[in-house]
Design a binder for this molecule. Structure first.
Ligand SMILES: [Zn+2]
Length: 389
């Protein structure tokens, strides 16, 4: 009598280990080094999969697994749609010398039916392929990079001079979620440089005006708006969910608040500032590069700093610095190139020069130094009513 598939499967199931979906859920939470392999086809993966899983279809398993999981002693959890393909995959992995392999009984179907978390990856639809074709042609970006951008979340502190060009270009580039924090109303004096806002926006909250523009630029982008003044009570909650923060505040109080919260949450910050014809930019990666406080341990005394009403800025200057911040943001998100980490870039519009200086962490920095003590509540509030940015 010939052997049936049923016979083979029951034989395999006796030789492998299986785990319930709840055991897998617990294991992935407690064992950070366990590797989740999804052995379904790519089309099934695209419909949704377990968070943190690696897509390795059954047909390619033996060919590719040693590259995907080089250490044969790593704990490996395999799953498919219902638990059959993963059982066979687990058997193959054992034969290849993997010592700690488990197949998830019931598969993705059982996982989902029990309300356990799953993610649906961003897809390159026909319209996205057309819209982002110039990105797809760059090897450093490509489809993977493009999908990464679509899944990324960037928070813009201020929808003003710097936030405008950064926001418009990040939206056009297809960064999936943009957060905007701004409590101001659009004023006529903003229109000389804040290109998120149009003449018809005067009198509107900046976050609403910005949302309208960004939707026209790219309806694929989710815009979350926060019409609040950033302070110690809300900064951590707002910032927590984002991958990169674009900081272009016009005052030291907000700059310190954003910096200290970013250090606490270990969020990279694309920093920029502008004044008259001069701009500067840097990228702060907490504990890898200096932070804003390493560079500016003390705020300029109010009597020396130009007051908000008096400070002027060339209308095109924020375009240049804001786009440097947007460029840095994309590089950090895609992990490409050399961001301005540990470097301060100075731009002089009149001389048309860019110079960059190495900057170092301050061991005594009150935010990121050895004896740092961050107290968000202690940062004095900013009192100026008119913002330049
Ligand atoms: Zn620091």
């Amino acid at each position: 009598m010939s052997t049936t598939f049923k016979d083979i499967l029951s034989q395999v199931k006796r030789e492998i280990r299986e785990a319930t979906v709840f055991e897998v859920d617990a294991a992935t939470k407690s064992q950070s080094n366990s590797i989740l392999l999804d052995v379904r086809e790519k089309e099934e993966w695209d419909e949704g999969h377990l968070p943190g899983a690696v897509c390795l279809p059954r047909g390619f398993l033996e060919v590719r697994v040693e590259k995907a999981v080089p250490d044969k002693n790593s704990p490996v959890i395999v799953y498919c749609a219902g638990g059959v393909r993963s059982a066979l995959a687990a058997k193959s992995l054992q034969q290849l010398g993997y010592s700690d392999v488990v197949s998830m009984a019931g598969g993705y179907g059982e996982w989902k039916n029990n309300g356990l978390p799953f993610v649906v990856p961003e897809k390159m639809t026909k319209s996205r392929l057309a819209r982002y074709s110039r990105h797809l042609k760059i090897p450093e970006v490509g489809e993977q990079g493009k999908l990464k951008l679509l899944q990324s979340k960037v928070l813009l502190i201020g929808a003003g001079g710097l936030g405008s060009p950064a926001g418009v270009y990040l939206a056009a580039s297809g960064v999936g979620t943009l957060g905007l924090v701004d409590s101001d109303i659009v004023d006529e004096s903003n229109l000389q440089r804040q290109i998120l806002h149009w003449s018809s926006s005067v009198g509107m909250p900046k976050v609403d005006s910005a949302r309208r523009t960004l939707f026209e630029v790219n309806p694929d982008v989710k815009v979350r708006s926060y019409q609040v003044r950033l302070d110690a009570s809300n900064v951590l909650d707002i910032m927590e969910d984002y991958d990169v923060v674009v900081s272009g505040s016009d005052n030291f109080a907000t700059a310190y608040l954003v910096n200290d919260a970013a250090v606490m949450l270990r969020k990279p910050v694309a920093y920029g500032s502008i004044f008259r014809f001069d701009g500067q930019a840097s990228t702060f990666v907490p504990y890898q590069s200096p932070c804003f406080r390493c560079l500016y341990p003390q705020a300029t005394p109010p009597e020396l700093a130009p007051s908000c009403d008096e400070a002027g800025v060339l209308g095109v200057l924020p375009g240049i610095i804001g786009l440097i911040q947007a460029t840095e943001t994309i590089k950090v998100l895609l992990n490409i190139g050399d961001p301005l980490v540990g470097r301060l870039l100075l731009y002089d519009a009149l001389g048309m020069t860019f110079r960059s200086f190495k900057v170092r962490r301050d061991p005594n920095c009150t935010a990121c130094g050895a004896n740092a003590h961050i107290d968000l509540e202690a940062i004095p509030e900013f009192v100026c009513a008119t913002n330049v940015r």
